[in-house]
Design a protein around this ligand. Sequence first.
Ligand code: NAD
Ligand code: WQD
Length: 369
Amino acid sequence: MTQAAAEHVLVTGGAGYIGSHTVIALVEAGRKPVIVDNLDNSCEEAVRRIEQIVGEKIPFFEVDIRDTNGLDEVYKQYPTITSVLHFAGLKAVGESGQIPLEYYNCNVAGSINLLQWCQKHNIHNFVFSSSATVYGDVTRFEGMIPIPEECPTGPTNPYGRTKMMIEDIIRDHVRANAPWNAAILRYFNPMGAHPSGLVGEDPLGIPNNLLPYLAQVAVGRREKLFVFGDDYPSRDGTPIRDYIHVCDLAAGHVAALEKLEAVDKERKQLPQGSPELKHGFSREWNLGTGHGSTVLEVVKAFSNAVGKDLPYEITGRRDGDVLDLTAKPGRANSELNWKAEKTLDESCSDLWRWTSENPYGYKKDRHDK
Ligand code: NAD
Ligand code: WQD
């Protein structure tokens, strides 16, 4: 057994959308994930479906990341945890403006608690789910689209500010603690689902994001899509985003974890007293495709996957939306040896398989209309 195969990877938020796909990718890479999730925005059925895909049992704990005793119980059973992939958190931009304290508490206080817990148990490899939202409106700068990691940040809502604060906290902590290695992954717009059709995104209530909303239009749960503005200076007037298949994103996490482990190994071979050993290692990587699509291009691509034109109506702009968020993913391509492989059409057909086979997500009934 290799060393990596004997170790466990803690996945916070592993029952959620991106976490569940990453758990599958970890198992496929020969890793042993342990899921911690409070099921605030997910359900245990997702874990069952993951198990069905990978053909093995995945340890799951219904624990909140703010609950140190609960986390300690996990460690008691899995003292072989050596790394953490940290997905757990609240993620709705609009809601973050209505209940900001809940967002700061869950995301920021939760992350601090998790970092302290890691410190206590000598767990030093940490991968964090950040977001392109930390860049804010990049059109305020010249030459920053596609967006490189060096682009100045400036989040414009409480959710984005929690991500920015957590990034800063991680960087400060790592600077002060030499054995630490941290990857800060800034995702662009995740979409799609596992090609098996068994695992996908299952939002509670009315979806805020484009693809989950459109998917519900396609299965008749919503009458039509409202397109938020067609008066942007883009090729068809609608905003441009970098949509990335969730399985490509999941693969990016495995690549980031491998990178941290390689860095850790290199650092352990440096002579004591080397200046590099004064601080830990942290680095930001954009996870995107580098290709932007407009809202109407996405509507067309998903309509093609479904096999019929989906109804939509143009309405006014949504507050806080920006013209263009397209990644420059070169740093992740070269340093993580990772590249998004799947096309928008593949993402749409995988999303349609998941939606048509699970029109009410993981729920079998229609309570959550
Ligand atoms: P998700 O809501 O599907 O998954 C998050 C999971 O964390 C859920 O299962 C939820 O139950 C759990 N959770 C929330 N608070 C918790 C807590 N205090 N303790 C334990 N578990 C908790 O969201 P997702 O789309 O999979 O996003 C995962 C991460 O990626 C989040 O941090 C999100 O902010 C970030 N992100 C998401 C997107 C996106 O568009 N989906 C884009 C950029 C960044
Ligand atoms: C995409 C495009 C909308 C819904 C959000 C977060 C960001 C990150 C990813 C977490 C925009 C348009 C949408 C609808 C529409 N998440 N749209 N009608 O806003 O790019 O990013 O998710 O970190 O932080 O802000 O994604 O899917 O909401 O919107 O016309 O019903 O679709 O205007 O142009 P967004 P989105």
